[in-house]
Design a protein. Structure first.
Length: 306
């Protein structure tokens, strides 16, 4: 038993053995495996390989837990594992278009490929306690990746804010048009509760709310990545803890509130968050709600409530 296996807890040694049994007769390809010449370059994708579990589970099962040989990276190839199934060589690979089972003549070997996929599915289910242990170990350490959705969240904010600005421009144009009308014309132009000025103002309030929410969502995500880059947090547990914290704690993990500019931004944004974002997010229960908007763009408050 190798050094890595010895480091596994006893219950995971049993999981490892159970996964090997579930996978049998699949084993690492060896000298006795019938391997066509140039298999690595000529192997083609089988239809059955589309039924494999997610690529990361297959990777941790075969390469990490069971220590099958990984041939490494190549052009448009993340990893490649040659396996022996009933004496014939197959490749389990994660290529540009996803994970799959590859063989020299796919049509002639679809049945075997389907059996391989089924056995890998069973083995990944058996190995679930190992995956959970592996994830917990990575979270306790700093050996993990944190996905970056900054661009996506920023684009969401930019889109919603842009739509808000369009509505504000429409309101100004409508106001200007109505100022040029006589009293009689304004009265005849009024079409009741759903008149254009009302609906535009309401839309502006909705979009302002969405833009504020998108801004705080975007900045919360950015603060976590900045805290990682600054070394404020390093382990998965610290990342998870900060991710579950509120916006203010994320801000303070990155900026020094002793610095006047940072403190001013913190105070102003905290007030917006307190009076608007948290209020709306928790169901808007209040005797009077006020939509806060930039006074240069929407110079009037919209009051609601009983």
């Amino acid at each position: 038993m190798d050094k890595k296996s010895l480091n596994l807890p006893d219950h995971l040694q049993r999981v490892r053995a159970a996964a090997e049994r579930a996978l049998a007769p699949i084993r690492p390809a060896g000298a006795s495996t019938a391997t066509p010449q140039n298999l690595l370059f000529d192997a083609q994708r089988t239809d059955a390989g589309r039924n494999l579990p997610p690529y990361y589970l297959v990777y941790f099962l075969l390469i990490d837990l069971l220590e099958f040989k990984n041939l490494g990276q190549f052009e448009k190839l993340a990893w490649s594992v040659p396996v022996d199934y009933k004496g014939k060589a197959f490749l389990i690979e994660h290529r540009k278009f996803g994970i799959g089972i590859f063989v020299d003549n796919p049509q002639a070997h679809e049945t075997e490929a389907a059996e391989i996929a089924t056995r890998i599915q069973k083995a990944t289910k058996v190995a679930r306690p190992y995956f959970e242990w592996r994830a917990e170990s990575a979270v306790a350490d700093s050996k993990l990746n944190v996905k970056n959705y900054t661009d996506e969240l920023h684009q969401r904010f930019q889109y919603v804010y842009g739509e808000y600005q369009k509505i504000v421009a429409d309101i100004r144009r409508e106001e200007e048009r109505r100022r040029s009308l006589s009293r009689e014309e304004r009265m005849s132009d009024w079409d009741g509760y759903f008149s254009e000025p009302y609906t535009l103002t309401e839309k502006a309030a909705w979009l302002a709310s969405a833009a504020i929410d998108a801004f705080f969502s975007f900045t919360e995500h950015v603060f976590i990545h900045l805290a990682i880059l600054q070394g404020t947090i390093s382990t998965g547990n610290e990342v998870a803890s900060l991710a579950s914290a509120d916006w203010g704690n994320k801000f303070k993990a990155v900026f020094d509130l002793q610095e006047p500019t940072s403190k001013r931004f913190y105070d102003d944004l905290t007030e917006i968050r307190r009076q608007h974002r948290n209020f709306v997010a928790h169901g808007s229960f209040c005797s009077t709600s006020i939509i806060l908007t930039h006074r240069r763009q929407l110079p009037w408050p919209v009051s609601e409530g009983p």
